[in-house]
Design a protein around this ligand. Sequence first.
Ligand code: ASP
Length: 358
Amino acid sequence: MAAPGASLTIAAMNTSIPSSTTSSDEGATLLPRIAVLATGGTIAGAAADATNTSGYQAGVVGVEQLLAVVPALSAVARVAPEQIASIDSKDMALPLWTTLAQRINALLADDDIDGVVVTHGTDTLEETAYLLHLTIKSDKPVVLTAAMRPASALSADGPLNLLNAVTVAAHVASRGQGVLVAFNNRIHSARDVVKTSTYAVDAFHSPEIGALGWVQDGRVEFQRSVVRPHTLATEFVIGAKWPHVEIVVSYAGVSRIAVDALVAAGVRGIVVAGTGNGSIHASVQQALADAASQGVAVVRASRVGSGHVMRNGAAADDALGFVSAGSLNPYKARVLLMLALAAGAAGPMVLQKIFDTY
Ligand code: ASP
């Protein structure tokens, strides 16, 4: 929604970047050099007044302004800002994912860059984070962050989240942990983190498994590490081609119309957000079995929000040709399925091994 007067709000913000956050500061040359890639989102949002935290426009504040209101950054890192996009992350698109991942890979291949922070909208952050977790080819830290309140808001959460994200990216303990999400003082793994609230400042959690650690007042502490392979240890590369994969939902009274339409449209894969342990309404299950018999990859996930989908649990995967998503939610399962199909994986057993691995 447009935010009349937003420009006035932003004009009131300090627009000068503290000199020590620029590359020319000689006194800070020993600090890590962190690239900050901005893509938009509420962290870069603006409303007409400071008490408005829902009727604002996302992605209108530039990266230099986001950095300018956090002078404490100059004591943490030498930041190198880049504006990659200025979108509401609900509109995240596959070509932008390609651009973002390729840019991060190029930056991290540069010896002068020690880590990357990505500012992002909260709506699809968990999808982008998992995509990068599987396709970034470096063990240097990559940290996503965001905000639930626009930059113009009273008690905006973006500036502290940004400072914490740069602090995590600059910390040696973050190396080799895969892609991380720093939000509301916690550090999450990109694989596990999901958005769990439409409005709360504490909007991100890693259901069942919990955060990796925390960041507060400049202190970074990890309590556990990431076990499943990621970044350098995956078989996935970011490319220009994205196999067509869609998501359908199972619910009371659902018909098979959506599945049949997707198959007719030529999809390569379908993720079903099933009920409970990935159980599927009989009409949709039959449509998906028909799709699988025609070579469409079918992955069973759950709409519940936490817990595992067990293979051959609520559905006879072996007989129907389905794959279980395990603990990935439908949106992350779609990311993995697209990458797997792009890498040439085919057949339910090969795909199941990939889902069991990542
Ligand atoms: N719609 C916004 C976005 O995802 C929400 C946010 O950033 O919190 O870009």
